[in-house]
Structures are given as C-alpha cells and as structure tokens.
Design a protein around this ligand. Structure first.
Ligand code: ACO
Length: 326
C-alpha cells in the first residue's frame, strides 16, 4: 500500500513595504484618531507600497525569503500559486510575473482570488497538488497592494487596510504536514464587502478606472466574520477528532483584533497562543496569514511538531481554515 504524502512547510518568508503610515498620520487628512482606530480594530500602523511598487514585487521578496529559509532553488519549484485580489495586471497572472523573476520558468503558475481568504485557498490547492503526487515542491504566496484601491477620504475603510506579502514553500513529506483544509463561500453577500468594478462591469479604460474603490458594511462584515471563523474552527476540530485544547497556535486572518479575540475566546485559547500582527500592518488581505505565520516562525514561537490552526475570512464572502503539524 502506498504511504500517505503530506504537504509540509519547509520555509516561510514575508515582506512589508518601507513606507509606514501611522494612525496619527491618517488623522491629519481624515476625521479619525489613534484612539478610535486602536480601540475598534487594534491597528496602530500600516505599510504602503511606494509609487511603482507592485503586488508582484512584494510577493517576489517574500518568496525569496521563504525559498532561502527552505533551502530550495527556483529550479526545484514545480508549482507557484499566488493568492491575491490586487494583481499587477488583469493578465498575465501575478504568479507568472513572480515565476519569471525567480527564474523558475517552466513550472505551473496561477493566481487564486478569494479576497482575504486568498492565502488559505491557495494553500489548500497546493496541499491537494502535493497529496495527489502531482507536485513535490510548491511556492504559495499571499500578496496585496490594497492601498491602491482605497478611498482615502472614507474613514470607515481607509484606516483598516495595508500592503504586504507572505510566502511559504511546501514540500512533499512522508511524516507529517497539513492535516486538513476546509473552504467555504457565500456569494450572496457580495455587496457587504466588495470593489464593484471589473472588466465586464463598469470598466472605463479611458478614465483609468477612477472610482475603483473598496466598499464595506463594516459591522455586518464583523458579525459574519465572527460566525464563519467559529464554525470553520469547529468543523476543523471535528474533522480531526481533536479538542481546541490540543491546538498549540492559532493564526487567524489579521483584520481586526476584536474579531481575533472573539474567535480565541470561543476556542478557549489564551491570547498568548494566538499570533497577532494586525497592529503592525493592518488588514493585508491575502498577505495577512502568511505574514503572521512568518513572524511566529522567525521569532521562534512556533516549533517543529506543534499543531497550528490557520483561519481566514474575506470578501465573497469566502472563509476557510487549515490545520497543520508544523
Ligand atoms: N474614525 C472615527 N470614527 C469612525 C471611523 C474612523 N476611522 N470609522 C467609522 N467611524 C464612526 C462611524 O461613522 C460611526 O459613527 P456614528 O455612530 O456617528 O454613525 C461610529 O464610528 C461607529 O461605527 P461602526 O461601523 O459601528 O464601528 P464598529 O465598532 O463596527 O467598527 C470596523 C468598525 C472597525 C470597520 C469593524 O466593523 C470591523 O472591523 N469590521 C470587519 C472588517 C473585516 O473584518 N473585514 C474582513 C475582511 S476584509 C476583506 O476581505 C478585503
């Protein structure tokens, strides 16, 4: 009988653009305050891509760091998947742009758009490729330049988002790795969190798409996010026959500290076993989970052999989780 093959994290990396915008900086041009933003979201600052700096630039830097950590060369990659909702171009995909820059020409490369759940979706697809035996070494990236589609005069959204990228190299392993993944979507709620312009809807090239901006019904999204994160966590525990107390680390989507605290409370996880980086970079959509994962790995908090639960929720709505033995 053939042995079960797992997808195991061989290395992680992340990248944040140089420019930092603090809450005080924001309060100079929009009617808000550090006190409001910190108490409602836990965000203290966000990074903003420089002029000309693109999603593929951010993703590339995160990928190089993950590949260095994994000791993997570009020639060894047989698949690159990028979770992003802010691609450089409509096409080619951001994955193709990064692939070429890495010198990994020839391997398969594509993007996955699941808004803030983009990394979990991409990670899940990579897991399936490795488990099936189709791929051995996969680069998974979550990269975004959300600030490019923010309405900087709308205080209900502009304080929440930032730019950033994270990446992991997954390798086929006979011992352990990703144990299960769970994905969901509900397209019926699209208007609660969306960017209502696309190639076949309201696309006006002659106007350079002025008006392509994120719109969000914040408190509605909050309620759905909390419920979805709770139910997918339950589903994951049940599927693996484990108790919430078996989990060593929770790495939730970094959108809002209050959502993170609520999820942790339901899972009976003390906050010192929850990775929180939202204060440093705000909501980086697909970048958020791999950014937090990389920080946790590099700071030595997550150790080999520990059980880690990743979770995300985003526009679509989309949501999902992955349980892994690091
Ligand atoms: N500064 C000061 N006041 C503000 C600001 C601001 N930046 N933004 C809103 N307010 C005001 C509102 O106008 C409102 O005033 P009013 O009562 O006079 O009308 C008041 O603050 C309260 O507003 P709420 O929207 O009810 O505030 P809430 O406590 O819900 O917090 C927030 C808002 C932070 C947006 C929260 O709802 C949230 O985090 N939602 C979830 C967002 C999220 O998780 N998204 C995840 C997916 S993102 C993706 O997929 C791209």
């Amino acid at each position: 009988m053939s042995k079960q093959i797992y997808a195991r994290i061989a290395g992680t990396g992340s990248y944040l653009p140089e420019k930092i915008l603090t809450n005080d900086d924001l309060s100079k041009f929009v009617d808000t305050s550090d006190e409001w933003i910190t108490s409602r979201s836990g965000i203290r600052q966000r990074h903003v891509a420089a002029e000309g700096e693109t999603t593929s630039d951010l993703g590339y830097h995160a990928a190089v760091r993950a590949m260095e950590a994994a000791g993997v060369t570009a020639e060894e990659l047989d698949l690159i998947i990028v979770g992003t909702t802010t691609p450089d171009l409509i096409f080619p995909s951001t994955a193709c742009l990064i692939q070429h820059r890495l010198g990994a020409d020839g391997c398969a490369a594509f993007d996955v758009n699941a808004a803030c759940s983009g990394f979990i979706y991409a990670f899940t697809v990579a897991d399936k490729f490795i488990r099936s035996g189709a791929s051995k070494t996969v680069l998974v990236i979550g990269a975004e330049t959300l600030t490019r589609m923010i309405d900087w005069s709308d205080r209900t959204t502009c304080v929440l988002f930032g730019d950033g990228a994270g990446a992991v190299v997954l390798k086929a392993d006979e011992e352990t790795g990703i144990l299960s993944t769970h994905l969901h979507a509900d397209g019926g709620k699209k208007e609660l969190l969306w960017n209502p312009v696309g190639v076949s809807v309201g696309f006006k090239p002659e106007e350079h798409n002025v008006g392509v901006r994120i719109k969000m019904a914040g408190s509605e999204v909050f309620k759905y996010a909390v419920k979805a994160m709770d139910s997918v966590a339950e589903e994951t525990l049940e599927a693996n026959g484990i108790d919430c107390h078996d989990i060593d680390w929770l790495i939730p989507h970094q959108a809002n500290l209050r959502i993170i605290e609520s999820t942790a409370k339901r899972l009976d996880m003390p906050m010192d076993r929850v990775i929180v980086t939202v204060d440093k970079h705000g909501n980086t959509s697909s970048g958020s989970v791999p950014l937090a994962l990389d920080e946790a790995v590099r700071s030595g908090r997550i150790q080999r052999g520990q059980l880690v639960l990743l979770e995300a929720f985003g526009g679509g709505f989309t949501w999902g989780s992955a349980l892994l033995r690091y």
